[in-house]
Design a protein around this ligand. Structure first.
Ligand code: IMP
Length: 194
């Protein structure tokens, strides 16, 4: 069975992808290949970081691989927190603090438009292909729901009256940035397989 390394140690993401590809491709984590290095995420864009991670793995392990990076881009904040979404509230950051900071920055701001964007960099036999998934929506004034993670409680996707944190994972995946990007990746892998 062909193998593909996913440059992550996030078991949740790994299982999600393995389940979606079925038994056609064996998806390996960083742990599976014995990589415990801190892969640099020093680029200033999501594309740059996804690309840095996947090329790092390809050049060290010479195996087909992919990496992802996601950010929340808020229009009134000129696209912030974007590539800095995970560490928006600074060192010792957690999701609660990130949300608090976001709501504080948007206090009194009427334009609440935002989008989640996921970028996946896939490297097959030395060629890089980029896949993108976008979920458009608005930032609410307060938190709603307790499912999901990250900024989910304050993100109301377009066409819905509820936040990502009020949706089951199945429902969120259909419209989410990551769901869309992953389906593009899987479609590509399926056609590659033929
Ligand atoms: P990562 O690149 O997938 O690790 O995502 C970076 C950061 O973006 C996370 O730490 C979260 O703060 C935020 N994020 C990514 N995906 C989501 C999501 O689906 N919902 C809410 N927040 C997310």
């Amino acid at each position: 069975m062909p193998e593909l390394i996913f440059a992550t140690n996030n078991l949740h993401k790994l299982q999600e992808i393995q389940q979606a590809v079925g038994n056609k491709i064996n998806i390996l984590s960083l742990k599976d290949i014995g990589c415990d290095e801190d892969i640099p995420e020093t680029a200033s864009t999501l594309e740059g970081n996804a690309s840095l991670k996947s090329w790092y793995i390809y050049s060290h392990f010479h195996k087909n691989c992919f990496a992802d990076d996601t950010g929340l881009e808020v229009v009134a904040l000129n696209g912030r927190p974007g590539v800095h979404s995970a560490r928006y509230a600074g060192p010792g950051h957690d999701h609660e603090k990130n949300i608090e900071k976001l709501l504080a920055e948007l206090q009194g701001v009427s334009n609440r438009k935002a989008r989640f964007r996921t970028v996946i960099s896939l490297i097959m036999n030395g060629n890089e292909i980029i896949f993108e998934g976008i979920a458009n929506g608005n930032i609410s004034n307060q938190k709603h729901g307790d499912k999901g993670f990250g900024y989910d409680p304050v993100f109301i996707p377009d066409g819905y009256q509820k936040s990502f944190a009020e949706m089951d994972l199945d429902e969120k995946n259909i419209i989410s940035h990551r769901g869309i990007a992953v389906r593009k990746l899987l479609n590509y892998l399926k056609s590659y397989d033929k």
